[in-house]
Design a protein around this ligand. Structure first.
Ligand SMILES: [Zn+2]
Ligand SMILES: [Zn+2]
Length: 503
């Protein structure tokens, strides 16, 4: 099977492009000018369509002169969590319900739900990544909202969009003005690729990704052939191809790019245009179908599991586990080399025990070049301990997908623990000892490591059936090789891709 591209742009061609703004406020809510003045202004700017999306107000176009604009029914609905832009229906959707309930009501009414200004406010989290990730059914997010230029936060939400796309959410990126005042017009627009100038064709394009987002520049053409995409944009200074989690795959000066996806290992990319003066435009994603991207989709979807064995007393790190316990533990040895996901040259085997007070890991690291082990870091010099022959553990108590304890131990047993992520204060890493014991044989080194539950912020042992996020990695130096329990891709620190530790 060769590499092919899937894209909404295969169904919408660039010959007819309609420019519009889908988020505006008038005197019907907290906007400064009347609905008719707003329509007049956008008509004079040469726009093709406009949505009047007053807060919790169904659009009413009677008594208004459309001035040649397609007027799109819209409503910015206040949910219990934030603002939701409902497009394409005049149905009355109740406000002050949960965001998921509101999304469901909008879909039921035949509308198109987008989530507004995710990075508005001082914490940049009108909607956090975690919250967006927990929702289903919405069409996309505002990746640019012009009114946040005057407000705290960021008008952009490309970082959240990239993370959501990498986690497998299929979401469209939208740019809007959210104009409350005349000077906010023309900052963020939606350029729809439509069959004709009808409202029906416009809504189909919005629903199905037949549009791109822009703060000014336009895209002249998008041509998809086999495994390559060619894009031209007359105002572009630079055109960039953005891959998984926001990585720049290609950056080309000029007004056109041809991107060949055959060597891409990740399932999608998007293209952005940087124009003179700071204007930008963003395409929707292009999917890549190849044996390698399919394998990666599967590896990410099928999380590995390590099952902890319950024991009555904490181990005393006595070297070998008692034979009867060793027999009973479920060992995991299916580590994969980071980035390429191949079988590693040197095997690693891990098992886990749970006592009333500690989690206990026993990790056997097969090493054909045992005499070349490098573990020179000391207790006083532990920075970059992972550059030694070492093992790293990543423990996400309760599967937050954001916050975890990172434990590193080298082949001399030198270790440290560090809490990472927004909920890191749940862990107790102050002055906490991470007891380790290392033993060596002619073809392996073995690390035993005891993580007190108190360090993990747990006052008691996890109950039966609980699932935590978990990753483990092995760093080799005789031959440079990084292997992983969870296939997290290029970065070990991707908690949304951690596998599971079950109890
Ligand atoms: Zn809003
Ligand atoms: Zn608004």
């Amino acid at each position: 099977m060769s590499t092919t591209i899937s894209s909404s742009y295969k169904h919408f061609d660039t010959s007819l492009q309609l420019r519009g703004n889908l988020h505006t406020h008038t005197t019907r809510s907290d906007g400064q000018v009347s609905p008719q003045e707003m329509i007049n202004a956008y008509a004079e700017m040469g726009y093709d369509f406009l949505a009047l999306s007053d807060h919790n107000t169904v659009s009413d176009f009677s008594q208004l002169d459309d001035r040649g604009l397609l007027l799109v029914p819209a409503n910015e609905i206040t949910t219990t969590d934030g603002h939701l832009l409902c497009l394409g229906t005049t149905a009355s959707i109740p406000c002050e319900k949960s965001t998921q309930e509101t999304i469901d009501s909008v879909l039921l009414a035949g509308g198109i739900p987008f989530l507004c200004h995710p990075s508005w406010n001082k914490t940049f989290n009108h909607y956090s990544y975690e919250f967006l990730s927990s929702l289903t059914g919405y069409a996309g997010i505002e990746i640019f909202n012009g009114s946040i230029i005057e407000d705290p936060g960021s008008p952009l939400a490309l970082d959240k969009w990239d993370r959501l796309l990498a986690a497998g959410h299929n979401l469209w990126g939208l740019a809007t003005d959210d104009a409350h005042y005349p000077f906010q017009r023309g900052r963020g627009c939606c350029i729809a690729l439509t069959r004709d100038r009808s409202l029906e064709a416009l809504l189909t394009a919005l629903r199905c990704g037949g549009f791109y987002a822009s703060t000014g520049p336009s895209i002249q053409s998008i041509t998809i052939e086999g495994s390559s995409v060619r894009l031209t944009a007359p105002e572009a200074e630079v055109i960039r191809v953005i891959g998984e989690s926001g990585r720049v795959l290609s950056s080309v000066p000029g007004t056109e790019i041809t991107f060949e996806a055959t060597d891409c290992r990740w399932p999608y990319f998007r293209i952005e245009i940087l124009a003179a003066g700071g204007g930008q435009a963003w395409t929707q994603t292009f999917g890549i179908q190849s044996p390698e991207t399919s394998r990666r989709r599967e590896l990410i979807a099928n999380k590995p599991v390590l099952k902890a064995l319950r024991v009555h007393t904490a181990s005393d790190l006595s070297g070998d586990l008692p034979a009867e316990l060793w027999e009973k533990t479920r060992k995991f040895d299916d580590f994969l080399v980071a980035e390429v996901a191949d079988k590693p040259q040197a095997a690693t085997e891990i098992c886990c025990l749970l006592s009333d007070t500690s989690l206990f890991f026993d990790i056997k690291c097969t090493e054909p070049f045992i005499e070349k082990l490098s573990a020179g870091k000391t207790q006083e010099n532990k920075a970059r301990l992972f550059t030694d022959d070492s093992v790293e553990l990543f423990i996400d108590v309760g599967c937050t997908s954001t916050s975890y304890l990172h434990v590193v131990a080298n082949a001399q047993g030198i270790s440290y623990a560090k809490a990472l992520g927004p909920k890191r204060t749940r862990f107790n890493t102050e002055n906490s000892e991470i007891p380790t014991k290392v033993s060596k044989s002619t073809d392996a080194w073995r690390l035993q490591i005891e993580i007190p539950l108190i360090t993990l912020g747990c006052s008691e042992a996890p109950s039966r059936g609980q699932i935590w996020g978990f990753n483990a990695t092995r760093n080799r130096t005789p031959v440079s090789e990084l292997s992983q329990f969870s296939f997290t891709g290029e970065d070990n620190h991707s908690p949304q891709r951690f596998g599971h530790l079950t109890f």
